[in-house]
Design a protein around this ligand. Structure first.
Ligand code: NI
Length: 139
C-alpha cells in the first residue's frame, strides 16, 4: 500500500459543520474518506478540462423505440465510433421505452462529441454522460 501523509488545514467552523453533516448523511466513516473523494472528483474534473488525456465516460440513453428511425440512428452512430465504445447494455423497460448504457473510452472531447450526437438523436428522451476516469492518474 502506498504511503499516506497527514496534512492540516484551516476552515470556518460553519463550513466544517456542513461538511460533517453531509458526510454523515452519505454514510462516510470519517472526514479523510470524504476529503479523498472530493480530491478525486477535482482531479477527474480537471482531466476532462484538459485535452489529450484518456478518459472514460458512461452514457445513459432513454428512448422510445417507436419513434421512426431512432434505433437505426443510434446503432449507426455507435458503429461509426466502435473503437471508442467498449460496451453497451440494452434494457427493454416496457412496450415502448428502451434504456441503453454505453461505456465510452477516448479523449474527453471525443467522448463528449460522441455523447452529444447520441443524446441529440431524434427520439432520445433523456441522456446523461457521467464523466469518469481511466483510473491510472488517480491515487
Ligand atoms: Ni428495447
Amino acid at each position: 500500500m502506498e504511503k499516506i501523509v497527514r496534512f492540516s488545514t484551516t476552515i470556518a467552523p460553519k463550513l466544517l459543520d456542513q461538511f460533517d453533516e453531509i458526510l454523515e448523511e452519505k454514510g462516510y466513516a470519517n472526514r479523510s474518506e470524504g476529503i479523498r473523494d472530493l480530491i478525486r472528483n477535482f482531479i477527474v474534473a480537471s482531466e476532462w478540462e484538459h485535452e489529450g488525456g484518456e478518459a472514460i465516460g458512461s452514457l445513459t440513453l432513454l428512448y422510445d423505440h417507436d419513434v421512426r428511425g431512432v434505433s437505426d440512428k443510434l446503432v449507426e452512430l455507435q458503429h461509426s465510433h466502435h473503437a471508442n465504445i467498449l460496451s453497451s447494455m440494452h434494457v427493454h423497460l416496457d412496450e415502448h421505452n428502451c434504456l441503453e448504457v454505453l461505456v465510452i473510452k477516448g479523449e474527453a472531447t471525443e467522448i463528449q462529441h460522441i455523447s452529444d450526437a447520441l443524446i441529440a438523436a431524434r427520439g432520445v428522451k433523456h441522456g446523461k454522460l457521467v464523466m469518469s476516469s481511466a483510473g491510472k492518474g488517480l491515487g
